[in-house]
Design a binder for this molecule. Structure first.
Ligand SMILES: *Cc1c(COP(=O)(O)O)cnc(C)c1O
Length: 401
């Protein structure tokens, strides 16, 4: 893994055999323009210093590294959390949205466009667009709009246009298609901002680079707190952006074990989970090549997780490569373990995690039990306020878990 960041991705956006830009020619041209602008602008002194200032004064970075004394005393080992729930707007997503919208601004774009499923990416985009004073169109399936009322309101209060997508299943996939279509109508003046380390090149690279700060801070903070590196690091994997950010800080430290916690939902049967690396196979989706969960005819398989931010049929191409290289282990965590961790963290540490993040906490607990002298950092990708109604309705106060 020496010189990792100089080697991956290559100039065409490949991480080994994964990634690339498998899109129609007109879109490919636009993606190349964004890649070119990213290389030209993102390393300049002005861009870097403005982003640093934003991270400190607007987002409240660095976010804390927190030692969970009560959780560790109960399970053994030493469990630490990287507190991305304390990043402004309550999750890690703002890290890449601020970067993407700032790039749009530097490129002279007049508007930003995004798709959203559960609404978390939409809220982070609306926040970033308000900061930079750019209009923001968020495409969202009608079914999701009905399910995610608070996030829809947040986006509207922040001044974004939420555009309902009314065809097909009326969920994330149709929203992605509609957003790309709108983008292609006016690529000169608009920027399409993707919500994770997925999609065609250069997005998996750009989003990863903007999320790297999570891993860089974690490594420094852990060293300062303990004088050593952690034995292990874990993060939940939906598209894989918080995990990639976290892993980036430790990829070149071969002794630090890396674990991606994948959503096993109700179990390993098709349709019951979204554990893409564990149960998927290589294929194409949304313009890139990676592991995917698909039917024999190549159509995307239905997926399920209690965490709506994790139910995606693919995973960032860099994760696919890191799995094949054996650098990261992808471990399934089911709904029940995630919910147990959700309540435990709330009651033992006074922190309500997002259900997505609870998957990483659940794996950290599992690791601590098996390694009584080991240390592990879990990325607490977001706060759980958005989940309390859902959790209470389906699992009460956790009595029967
Ligand atoms: C969106 C989201 C995720 C999943 O996205 P990744 O790209 O896999 O990080 C995880 N946690 C929270 C809190 C989210 O909002």
């Amino acid at each position: 893994m020496r010189n990792y960041f100089k080697r991956y991705p290559d100039e065409n956006g490949f991480f080994g055999q994964y990634g690339g830009a498998f899109v129609p020619d007109n879109l490919k041209v636009e993606m190349q323009k964004i890649a070119e602008a990213y290389f030209r602008i993102s390393k300049t002194h002005d861009f870097v210093s403005e982003l640093r200032r934003i991270r400190k004064h607007f987002q409240g970075r660095p976010t804390p590294m927190y030692y969970c004394r009560n959780l560790s005393d109960k399970h053994g080992g030493r469990i630490y959390l990287k507190r991305e729930d304390l990043n402004h707007s309550g999750a890690h997503k703002l890290n890449h949205c601020m970067g993407e919208v700032m790039l749009a601004k530097y490129m002279g774009k007049k508007r930003v466009i995004a798709e959203t499923g559960a609404g978390q990416h939409g809220v982070a985009m609306a926040t970033a667009a308000a900061y930079f004073g750019l209009p923001c169109d968020v495409y969202m399936g009608e079914v999701d709009i009905a399910k995610q009322h608070p996030n829809v309101l947040r986006m509207k209060i922040l001044g974004a246009n939420v555009i309902p997508v009314t065809h097909g299943q009326k969920t994330l996939k149709e929203a992605v298609d509609a957003a790309f279509e709108a983008y292609l109508k006016d690529p000169e003046n608009t920027m399409y901002c993707i919500g994770s380390v997925v999609g065609p090149h250069p997005f998996p690279m750009m989003v990863r680079d903007f999320q790297k700060i999570v891993g860089i801070e974690s490594r420094e903070q852990f060293l300062e707190m303990t004088g050593e590196l952690p034995d292990a690091v874990t993060a939940c994997v939906g598209g894989g952006s918080n995990a990639m950010g976290m892993f980036c800080g430790f990829l070149e430290d071969e002794d630090v074990k890396l674990y991606g916690a994948e959503p096993l939902g109700r179990g390993s049967q098709p349709g019951d989970h979204a554990a893409t690396v564990a149960y998927g196979k290589p294929g194409y989706l949304h313009g890139f090549y990676s592991y995917t969960l698909q039917n024999d005819d190549g159509s995307p398989m239905p997926v399920y997780s209690c965490a709506s931010g994790l139910d995606y049929q693919s995973v960032g191409p860099e994760h696919a490569m890191l799995h094949d290289k054996g650098r990261v282990d992808y471990v399934p965590v089911d709904d029940k373990d995630a919910l147990k961790a959700f309540f435990e963290l709330a009651r033992l540490e006074g922190i309500i995690p997002a259900i997505e993040s609870a998957h990483a906490v659940a794996y950290a607990i599992r690791y601590a039990k098996e390694h009584p002298h080991g240390s592990i950092i879990a990325c607490l990708s977001g706060r759980g306020d958005k989940d309390i109604d859902y959790v209470y309705e389906h699992f009460g106060l956790g009595e029967n878990l």
